[in-house]
Design a protein around this ligand. Structure first.
Ligand code: SAH
Length: 264
């Protein structure tokens, strides 16, 4: 595949856009274009139904470099492994307790997190069915564009455009501070990467859940007929409290001492 060789700086290096099981390569191309116009370049494709092709390239127009550098992974967990903050984009209200915001409020929380050095994912679902409940369990919060109730679903790449535009507007508004922040970003990121007080990543939470599930399956508390519901309850609760790595480690220590089981 040929691609636009002009190197473009990534204005938002801590934010990645994640598209889950996209069917139409054209939508992947349009999403790449939407991203690049707003200064985003990190695109991750989770098990795309059809890989980016000539249609994707043509829809990407001058953003074919974003497409070319897109990373493809097989699971959402892999895409989110290094992320401290995960935000899902959903076309319809979801009937459970993951907080849901309109773009302005939801993106404000993202900008705030990024300013403290959190690696963040904005996650978009399949064209026909959106995100599954299990995928939403990874999210700290959801954003819903308040579209018409009787026709609420935007084209995938247009949803990417709206949220990345909102992000850019809020980011531009912080620019004087942001420039200062950028000067010290590397140092701050290194410090926060070391700091045990930083929020746990998705991968760290996943190991906690695996440990939790194993302990309480062994103890008999989790059983075939309830483990899915109870684990879900735990994930929603943990995401609401957005625990630090230190807190996750303490919980794992407690699990180990109760269940005499040490994962890995
Ligand atoms: N019928 C699906 C729509 C999927 S549209 C459903 O009801 O979930 C594909 C993706 O675009 C969605 O998963 C979501 O990430 C994004 N999207 C579409 N419309 C949106 C809206 N109004 N608000 C936020 N995200 C939206």
């Amino acid at each position: 595949m040929t691609h636009n060789a002009r190197a473009m700086s990534n204005d938002h290096p801590l934010v990645k856009i994640v598209l889950v099981e996209t069917s139409h390569p054209g939508n992947i191309g349009s999403a790449a274009r939407a991203m690049k116009t707003m200064g985003f370049t990190e695109l991750v494709l989770v098990a795309p139904v059809n890989s980016p092709d000539a249609v994707a390239t043509s829809m990407a127009a001058g953003a074919d470099d974003v497409l070319f550098h897109a990373k493809t992974v097989m699971t959402l967990a892999e895409a989110l492994a290094d992320c401290h903050l995960v935000v899902g984009s959903t076309a319809r209200p979801r009937g459970f307790s993951v907080p849901e915001y309109a773009p302005q409020e939801g993106i404000a929380k993202v900008v705030e997190g990024v300013q403290t050095g959190l690696k963040t994912a904005l996650v978009f679902g399949r064209e026909r069915t959106g995100l599954t409940n299990a995928e939403i369990d990874f999210c700290h919060h959801l954003i819903r564009i308040p579209s018409h109730a009787e026709y609420s679903s935007l084209n995938l790449s247009q949803a990417v455009q709206v949220l990345s535009y909102e992000y850019r507007m809020q980011w531009l508004a912080t620019l004087p501070e942001q420039s200062l922040h950028q000067l010290t970003a590397t140092a701050t990121q290194q410090e926060s990467a070391k700091a045990i007080e930083r929020p746990a990543t998705s991968a760290e939470l996943d190991s906690l859940y695996a440990h939790w599930q194993q302990c309480f399956t062994e103890s008999g508390f989790l059983q075939d007929d309830n483990h899915e519901r109870l684990m879900r309850f735990i994930k929603v609760m943990m995401n609401r409290s957005h625990p630090s790595l230190q807190e996750v480690n303490i919980l794992r220590g407690m699990l180990s001492s109760v269940c005499r089981y040490q994962a890995e």
